[in-house]
Design a protein around this ligand. Structure first.
Ligand code: ZN
Length: 360
């Protein structure tokens, strides 16, 4: 049986290991050691994602989470406060996704101890999920045979199941105007910042509709107070669960950039729009949903099927033929310094995962 005390201890131990994206080696060593001690065969692909296998009955089910966290995420001091874990307020908690990793480890511990047999399991702990699903994109799928998976990386309780998620396109633009002395000959300059601002003012941004959003999250430019700014940079993204709306938004974005560019023929605008992940819609009748649903039902919990505006490794897994669904890991307020992990919900996640491993 999943044990709350052991689970919380594991979670705290993992949170104390710094693992900002790109610096996952210490986390990798910790989880690989634990998985090996539980009797799993642990291997790594060329990107050093962790892939571990537990022999058992039937078609394997993939259990996945990611090893990295966002910043500020160094020297995290987890505090148990009532029924929740939180940081001291100077960093994130790192419950995203350490709670997911802890759930999988606790469930494997409980299931392998019980000795009642288990289904075949493939554990996949990816690197560098935050900011681009980089580990998942580089995952060696030839090392994985599961066609059904669960991604322990969602907000809220474990009965929140994300059956639909958007595509994301990343937008970057470098605008080059012309520098000039702002006091002596401003008429010789072309302000890249003004061009960037005009673009920004015309782009469709914010919530476009129920399943479509757009944002420019960063605008940079200029050098000094008395120089007409020669360079400006825009960094943003747009998402939709409907790929036609995504394509339409891309046309609108390109149209705005072209229109503003035509008014500044001497400036240079280098626009780049790249798809980072694809939308997915998992059928409510799929094996992945029913595996999770059966475990929840035994626990007396009602599965809640949701659509999200966020992406996760599941987007890449589905694109590569694994029907993988994110579920809640008991964590609230991802990517903030007030992020919390609700201990009773993390435990429910481990209990659900244990039932899945034992073949519920
Ligand atoms: Zn995450």
């Amino acid at each position: 049986m999943a044990d709350q005390e052991r689970l919380v201890k594991t979670l705290i131990d993992l949170i104390k290991i710094d693992s900002p994206s790109g610096e996952e080696d210490a986390m990798d060593l910790e989880v690989s050691t634990r998985l090996e001690a539980l009797g799993l065969k642990v291997s790594h692909d060329s990107y050093n994602n962790v892939i571990a296998k537990l022999d058992g009955q039937g078609q394997p089910v993939m259990l996945s989470a990611h090893l990295d966290t966002v910043e500020p995420g160094r020297g995290i001091k987890p505090i148990v406060d009532g029924g929740v874990l939180r940081s001291d307020g100077s960093t994130i908690l790192g419950g995203d996704c350490k709670a997911g990793v802890a759930i999988v480890l606790e469930a494997l511990t409980a299931a392998t101890q019980s000795g009642g047999g288990n289904r075949a399991i493939e554990v996949v702990f990816t690197r560098h999920e935050e900011g681009g699903l980089v580990g998942a994109h580089n995952l060696d799928f030839s090392m994985i045979s599961a066609k059904t998976g669960i991604v322990f990386d969602g907000e809220g309780p474990p009965n929140r199941i994300c059956v639909s998620a958007p595509s994301q396109n990343v937008v970057t633009a470098r605008i080059t105007g012309r520098a000039a002395h702002a006091g002596l000959e401003p008429e010789k300059g072309i302000s890249a910042l003004i061009i960037a601002a005009e673009i920004l003012g015309r782009l469709p941004l914010g919530r476009i509709d129920e399943e479509t959003t757009a944002n420019i999250g960063r605008m940079e430019g200029g050098l000094k107070r008395n120089i007409v700014p020669e360079q400006a940079f825009l960094d943003g993204e747009f998402r939709s669960r409907d790929n036609e709306k995504l394509a339409d938004l891309e046309r609108k974005f390109r149209g705005v950039f072209d229109e503003v560019a035509s008014r500044y023929p001497e400036a240079k605008i280098a626009l780049d729009i790249v798809n980072t992940y694809q939308a997915y819609h998992v059928d409510a009748g799929s094996e992945a949903v029913s595996v999770i649903g059966r475990a929840l039902t035994v626990m007396g919990l009602e599965p809640i099927l949701e659509s999200t505006g966020g992406g996760s490794d599941a987007n890449v897994f589905v694109e590569r033929g694994i029907t993988a669904i994110p579920v809640g890991i008991g964590v609230r307020d991802f990517h903030t310094t007030w992020e919390t992990a609700v201990i009773s919900e993390v435990l429910l996640g481990a209990q659900m995962c244990e039932r899945i491993i034992r073949g519920a």
